[in-house]
Design a protein around this ligand. Structure first.
Ligand code: PMP
Length: 391
């Protein structure tokens, strides 16, 4: 090990997802259901606005917290769609992806030794981000029989005198689990009882297919204890632009801006112009993508169940999380053998937490044609295993 590496970084485990993509990248004819990003190209009008901004000479830094016009649009958007009231001047920060918002939020609230609860299966970045901020991640394992929905008593069990915060992700990556208002309210009651602060990652909020979405801070008395994190990557097909945002109590947001101004200065200017267009005029493009994801979700979920992989209907995001237990394989074996034999890349569930073992994550952010072919290949693979698997 290099002698100059900090202990904190040396202790970080590399993401379990990477290994598969390195392997898949070396193979031909791979269908990837692995990556967590839209297959759509960013709508042209957003790109055009970014070009225009560059043509007009907008090539400098913006305000540290982001262009005020963009913060006003974010504030208006949250008001219109989620009944949230945030002041653009001191309660909104524009960040380099939701990823940076997560990092800033954690560094803003965590003192050494503070415990931050993570609900697994979870997005792979939370645990390392907490450690890098000097905190201690404490994981809760949601249960498959509860459709991986967090229960209030599970929060109670995880609480210690050191618990400071909880990370929520709704809809969830990797399970696609979607929590309704009725399911969030009992969680809010426990959170209030124990005076926790919530980091609510709502980057998939627009990608919900069956029921109305409730933003966590819109629940009574939650706004003052929540940092809402979101971004443009998923809903507006803008992963490469690296643009996200956070909203919350003014004191916390200004503390986040303080770190941001020293470490990042501002989010990319041309991307901020594209995002402005997305919020002003992007509703139809968003709706078209949502309709398409819904069609793909319905297709992949029914196909997986037909193949013999039990898969509940995920309410949001663009992931299906079927059980592969009937095959008798571990998640890693399933993913590796499927890739080698049929050239279909999926992510083994255990990389998202211990309770992800026995599951795989299949992203359906790919065309129906590709999904159809992937399901044919997976059927061939699973049928062979089911013939062999002990009954
Ligand atoms: N949160 C979740 C739950 C995600 O799945 C992702 C991306 N995979 C992010 C945050 C980061 O998104 P961004 O591209 O905005 O940094």
């Amino acid at each position: 090990m290099n002698q100059y590496l900090s202990k904190q970084v040396a202790d970080l485990k590399p993401s379990g997802i990477r290994k598969f993509f390195d392997l898949a990248a070396q193979m031909d004819d791979v269908i990837s259901l692995g990556v967590g990003e839209p297959d759509f190209v960013t709508p042209w009008t957003f790109i055009e606005q970014s070009f225009h901004a560059l043509e007009q000479g907008y090539t400098s830094y913006t305000e540290n917290a982001g262009m005020i016009e963009l913060r006003e649009q974010i504030s208006g958007y949250l008001q219109k769609h989620y009944a949230l009231d945030y002041q653009p001047d001191d309660q909104v920060i524009v960040t380099v992806g939701a990823s940076q918002a997560i990092d800033l939020a954690l560094r803003t609230i965590v003192n050494p030794g503070d415990e931050v609860i993570v609900v697994e299966p979870s997005f792979v970045a939370y645990v390392p981000a907490i450690s890098l901020a000097g905190g201690t991640p404490v994981t809760i394992q949601t249960k498959a029989e509860d459709a991986f929905k967090l229960k209030p008593e599970q929060i109670e069990e995880a609480i210690t005198p050191n618990t400071k915060a909880i990370m929520l992700c709704n809809p969830n990556n990797p399970t696609g689990t979607f929590l309704t208002k009725d399911e969030l309210e009992p969680l809010a009651a426990v959170i209030e009882k124990h005076d926790l602060i919530v980091l609510s990652d709502e980057i998939y909020a627009e990608l919900t297919y069956d029921e109305n979405y409730t933003s966590f801070p819109s629940i009574a008395r939650m706004k003052e204890r929540t940092i809402l994190i979101s971004g443009f990557s998923k809903a507006f097909a803008m992963t490469g632009w690296r643009l996200g945002y956070a909203t919350g109590p003014a004191e916390l947001i200004s503390a986040m801006v303080k770190i941001h101004q020293y470490t990042m200065m501002c989010a990319p200017t041309m991307a901020q112009h594209a995002a402005l267009e997305a919020l002003k005029n992007g509703r139809q493009s968003l709706q078209d993508m949502v309709d398409s994801y819904k069609q793909r979700r319905n297709f992949i979920v029914s196909s997986l169940n037909e193949i013999g992989l039990d898969c509940p209907n995920p309410g949001g995001a663009f992931y299906a999380f079927p059980s592969i237990q009937a095959t008798g394989l571990t998640s890693a074996e399933f993913a590796e053998e499927l890739l080698q034999e049929e050239q279909v890349a999926v992510v083994p569930g255990d990389v998202f937490g211990a309770n992800g073992e026995g599951y795989i994550r299949c992203s359906y952010a790919t065309s129906l044609k590709q999904l159809d072919e992937a399901m044919e290949r997976m059927k061939r693979f699973v049928t062979k295993r089911l013939e062999k698997a002990p009954v």
